[in-house]
Design a protein around this ligand. Structure first.
Ligand SMILES: [Zn+2]
Length: 143
């Protein structure tokens, strides 16, 4: 195998440290998964999957908070936590719960704005179309 040197089997990409990438690659390839620009969308899919796996959903977090509140109530009953500490922890958990409501409202608001912008854009496009059509008299009163 005269041409099958180590060099030809390594990725031609340059790492963020400015060094030659060390990844081994298959025959017919010149770049590894991380450096191949044609696989960028694949990479972002993998990345977003990993991000989703790390962060639980807001619903999961609410369920967790509810469980924490139940545990707290039980600990107060069993006198493992003083009423003073219990009260403060309860306040903090309650405040955390409120942020979910805030987040939901913000998302609803963002969604409405996005939809409104969509409607406005379509309306503007429609107007432009009618303006070029004499049957609609350019949207103005005929005199
Ligand atoms: Zn590489």
């Amino acid at each position: 195998m005269p041409n099958d040197t180590d060099d030809t089997r390594r990725c031609q990409g340059i790492t963020s440290q400015g060094l030659r990438c060390e990844k081994l690659i298959g025959a017919g390839q010149s770049l590894c998964f991380l450096h191949d620009p044609t696989r960028a969308s694949e990479r972002s899919k993998v990345a977003s999957k990993a991000a989703k796996a790390r962060h639980s959903t807001p619903s999961d977090e609410i369920v967790e908070l509810r469980q924490e509140l139940r545990d707290l109530a039980e600990q107060i009953r069993q006198k493992k936590v003083t009423p003073g500490v219990g009260s403060v922890v309860n306040q903090v958990l309650g405040t955390l719960l409120k942020t979910f409501e805030q987040q939901r409202r913000q998302q609803e608001f963002d969604d409405v704005i996005r939809r409104l912008e969509n409607v406005e854009r379509r309306y503007a496009q429609g107007r432009a179309q009618y303006d070029g059509d004499s049957r609609f008299n350019a949207g103005r009163w005929s005199s």
